[in-house]
Ligand binder design. Structure first.
Ligand code: BTN
Length: 267
């Protein structure tokens, strides 16, 4: 079990972790954080769970957090001004915070657009940023981050729809979840500030996985092939198509996969 008093000794970090709500078991930390936000929780309120029974991922997918296996955390964010298109950027703040924390363990994480974190080409963490609006006005954002810390049981891998790994698989040793939570919370504080100062963009591009490699993207209706060339300032993917045109895709509903390297490339 994560140790609440240990965490509370180290938090808050800047504006993040000003309140800590630690649950032994919960449906989804994102749902709990949204409930707290509706009740008026301040920016930086943090919800953590040792086990999630109804964790959610992007595109309606399930996210498994068996007891003690990983990190399931959600932060209430209240940016003063945010356009709808910039929600993707908030997701990237969560991904960069996770990337920094993993680099602190001497690992080499990459960012699979829109906001998955990969280690050695396999998914180790995912981010789900969910906003609530009243008309054009933003009420709050819940920034949810899930990290596989312990090795993922084989039967759970199917839920991820992408090859998975864990932090401990890469480190080759046990990793303290509390320390990792603290590093991620500190990273969110840092990158949130840098996002608002316009400084996050180069770091996204620097960590982008599959840059200039052929990838396929689908949203269920459209199937696209191209090469990622970078990201826009709101977190959209700049994709060079087979015809050499540049498209910009907003995070929304797209799912990206590298093309099978044994297959001939489109010409
Ligand atoms: C994805 O990869 O599709 C995003 C996964 C996000 C999972 C985290 S775990 C903490 C928070 N609570 C949820 O229900 N989901 C997010």
């Amino acid at each position: 079990m994560l140790d609440a008093s240990e965490l509370e000794k180290r938090l808050p970090v800047g504006r993040m972790g000003v309140e800590v709500h630690l649950h032994s078991t919960i449906g989804s930390t994102n749902d709990r954080a949204a409930e707290l936000a509706r009740e008026g929780a301040p920016e930086g309120a943090l919800v953590l769970a040792d086990e999630q029974t109804a964790g959610r991922g992007r595109l309606g997918r399930k996210w498994r957090t068996p007891r003690g296996s990983g990190i399931a955390m959600s932060l209430v964010m209240r940016p003063s001004q945010l356009e709808r298109a910039a929600l993707g950027a908030m997701g990237l703040v969560g991904a960069l915070a996770t990337i920094d924390a993993l680099e602190g363990l001497r690992l080499e994480p990459r960012l699979k657009w829109p906001n998955d974190v990969l280690l050695e080409g396999k998914k180790v963490a995912g981010v789900l940023a969910e906003a609530s609006w009243t008309g054009p006005a933003l009420d709050y954002i819940v920034l949810g981050i899930g990290v596989n810390v312990k090795p993922v049981p084989l039967e759970d891998e199917v839920a991820f729809a992408y090859p998975t790994t864990s932090v401990e698989d890469s480190v080759g040793d046990t990793v303290d979840r509390g320390t990792l939570v603290f590093s991620i919370v500190a990273g969110v504080d840092d990158w949130y500030e840098r996002l608002q100062a316009g400084e996050a963009h180069p770091a996204w591009e620097e960590h982008l996985a599959f840059k200039s490699e052929w990838v396929s993207l689908t949203n269920g209706e459209q199937e696209l092939t191209g090469r990622p060339v970078g990201l826009t300032r709101s977190g959209g993917l700049r994709l060079e198509t087979v015809e050499g045109e540049e498209l910009v895709l907003e995070a929304g509903s797209f799912q990206l996969r590298p093309m099978d390297t044994d297959q001939p490339k489109p010409n």
